[in-house]
Design a protein around this ligand. Structure first.
Ligand code: PEP
Ligand code: MN
Length: 339
């Protein structure tokens, strides 16, 4: 059920509709928009009777939702969501750049990369402290020590910290040291973890699962939003296919496909999407060209010595090159302000 309020509905009328929804044992999700507020209803098992709402003061329409998702949908919020990470944004006019190493390996490594990231004008720094590795014997990340280094990067450079939480315990730690919680591809359908970050006050970067369909990915975002956290950014990072020339197949068609259904911002990860250093810049350009709201990209000061994902890491020089190439593309792709 979706309740669309009249353009001139008052705060009190919106609050009253929310109270009625709560009294019925359901959960209201009020989404203020540019022209009107819509209120999504979740927690109902079967259909909700629209006549219960149609005559409440300030209500324009009560609509049954037949699709599996409600809160991620353009029906609820016709204009794009701008996710706020402190004073930085994802989904606004500016192309969001999230850059940094795959894993935080040392203070020196993190600072060497952060210096370049800051100089490029990017607002976000990435780096894993908890790494989901295929082998249990591979480097698993520095844990809390890595988060402390990230917090120092934030302090020194003013960059917003985006870092992965692998499980519910690590969410607590990421909340303490970071600015945005990354949910990795392998955890996209870890439903208890999704619900946990749905109760966080930090925004969430939700990567697409290794073999997730568009619907599965959007429903994972729906899990987070259904708990009340509406600050979700989707990230296309490639899916597993028969192709052997890349680590994953970066599905750039998912960007316009998401746009058609959802108001959530969507960014591209050309690093995991290709797995190959020489493909990262061209696919970053392509991602921006198809309308991504931003990029998340792996950069290392010494890729040959990286403890994880060295083959796809950009050098500091290559990263500068990427920024020079993507910015003009974004200029021509971004919708021009109406004169
Ligand atoms: C990462 O960003 O380092 C990572 C592990 O990504 P993904 O979950 O997309 O594989
Ligand atoms: Mn990585």
């Amino acid at each position: 059920m979706l309740i669309v309020m009249k353009a001139d509905a008052t705060e009190a009328q919106i609050a009253h509709v929310c109270d009625v929804i709560t009294e019925l044992g359901f959960k209201p999700h009020a989404m203020p928009g540019a022209t009107r507020t819509a209120i999504g209803v979740t927690g109902n098992q079967g259909a909700v009777d629209p006549t219960r709402f149609e005559n409440l003061p300030g209500v324009a329409d009560a609509i049954r939702v037949s699709k599996p998702y409600k809160l991620i949908s353009l029906d609820l919020r016709p204009e794009k969501t701008i996710v706020r990470v402190g004073d930085a944004t994802i989904g606004g006019d500016e192309l969001a750049i999230i850059a940094g190493p795959c894993a935080i390996e040392s203070h020196a490594q993190a600072f060497a990369v952060a210096e370049t990231v800051r100089r490029s004008g990017a607002r976000f720094f990435r780096g894993g402290a908890f790494k989901p590795r295929t082998s249990p014997y591979a480097f698993q990340g520095l844990g809390e020590e890595g988060l402390k280094i990230l917090a120092e990067v934030r302090e020194a450079y003013g960059l917003k910290i985006v870092t992965e939480a692998l499980d519910e315990n690590s969410v607590d730690l990421v909340e303490r040291y970071g600015d945005m919680i990354q949910i990795g591809a392998r955890n996209m359908q870890n439903f208890s973890l999704l619900r946990r970050v749905g109760r966080s006050t930090l925004p969430v970067l939700l990567k697409r699962g290794l073999s997730a369909t568009l619907d599965e990915w959007l429903l994972a975002a729906e899990y987070i939003m259904s708990e009340g956290n509406y600050q979700v950014v989707l990230c296309e990072r490639g899916v597993r296919t028969f192709a052997q020339h890349t680590r994953n197949t970066l599905d750039l068609a998912s960007i316009p496909a998401v746009r058609r259904i959802s108001h959530l911002p969507v960014i591209v990860d050309p690093s995991h999407g290709t797995g190959k250093n020489y493909m990262v810049i061209p696919l970053a350009c392509a991602g921006v060209a198809v309308g991504a709201d931003g990029l998340i990209v792996e950069v290392h000061d010494q890729p040959e010595k990286a403890l994880s994902d060295g083959a796809q890491a950009l050098t500091l020089e290559q990263y500068d090159q990427l920024i020079q190439e993507v910015r003009p593309i974004h200029e021509v792709v971004a919708p021009q302000p109406v004169a």
